[in-house]
Design a binder for this molecule. Structure first.
Ligand SMILES: Nc1nc2c(ncn2[C@@H]2O[C@H](COP(=O)(O)OP(=O)(O)OP(=O)(O)O)[C@@H](O)[C@H]2O)c(=O)[nH]1
Ligand SMILES: [Mg+2]
Length: 220
């Protein structure tokens, strides 16, 4: 049975250590790092792209509402009845590798990329810094791995309350050659589910085609 490995990658700002100093009465000084309240605020500012939330939704895994930075990678296995590996209806299994976006995991990337069949880059369209980073993720995970553009999907994830302005997002080459879809789990969750199935189908057909080509070259 065909088994396809799909990576979920994309930016997530590292947890900045905010040093604060409070000068109290009698010249008392307090100093500290990021407080729990600030951590909550940081969440509201949408610094992460939403890879884990989307990965859980698309593989029907548990819902996570509290932010828990992915440490390295989580691997979610799933099957999708709508996606078969050939026209006789043979099944196909998937592994979704939900990668942590913090740059501190960069040293793990080569191991994560190995033998991937597809790369989904998730970003938050409201964050200008995410848009600037997209090209780096594409170059590193797709171009340098010699994957086809059809094996890559860009997902502009819209968190609740972040506004769903889609029109203003225009990407420059080479990113504008890629398939770009929007996800908004609150307003229209089925839209991204259908788009993801379409993407899985295109990955499976390119994997099957390259296997067929390999088999033909062995026989001839
Ligand atoms: N309710 C809701 N919350 C969301 C959604 N997307 C993101 N969030 C919130 O944003 C937080 C961060 O999202 P994650 O999916 O964990 O982010 P990530 O891209 O996996 O981050 P890293 O693992 O650090 O790379 C979540 O824990 C949620 O609190 C969404 O569609 N709905
Ligand atoms: Mg995560």
């Amino acid at each position: 049975m065909l088994k396809a490995k799909i990576l979920f990658v994309g930016p997530s700002e590292p947890c900045v250590l905010i040093e604060w100093v409070y000068e109290g009465p009698d010249n008392l000084h307090f100093a500290g790092a990021i407080s729990p309240e600030e951590h909550m605020e940081r969440n509201a500012f949408n610094l992460e792209s939403g890879k884990t939330v989307l990965a859980n939704f698309l593989t029907e895994s548990s819902d996570i509402t509290e932010y828990n930075p992915t440490q390295g990678v989580r691997i979610l296995e799933f099957e999708n009845l709508h996606v078969t590996s050939n026209n006789k209806g043979a099944g196909c299994e998937f592994e979704l590798w939900d990668c942590g976006g913090d740059p501190k995991f960069e040293s793990c990337w080569p191991a994560l990329m190995k033998d991937a069949h597809g790369v989904v880059i998730v970003f938050n369209a409201d964050m200008p810094s995410h848009l600037k980073e997209l090209e780096m993720w594409y170059s590193c995970f797709v171009q340098q791995q010699l994957l086809q553009d059809t094996q890559c999907l860009l997902i502009a994830h819209h968190k609740p309350g972040s506004g769903s302005d889609r029109g203003s997002l225009s990407l420059s080459p080479p990113l504008n050659r890629l398939r770009l879809v929007h996800s908004n789990l609150e307003d229209d969750p089925e839209e991204i589910r259908l788009e993801f199935i379409k993407y899985l189908k295109s990955v499976v057909s390119s994997v099957s085609e390259s296997r067929d080509r390999e088999e033909m070259s062995i026989m001839t």
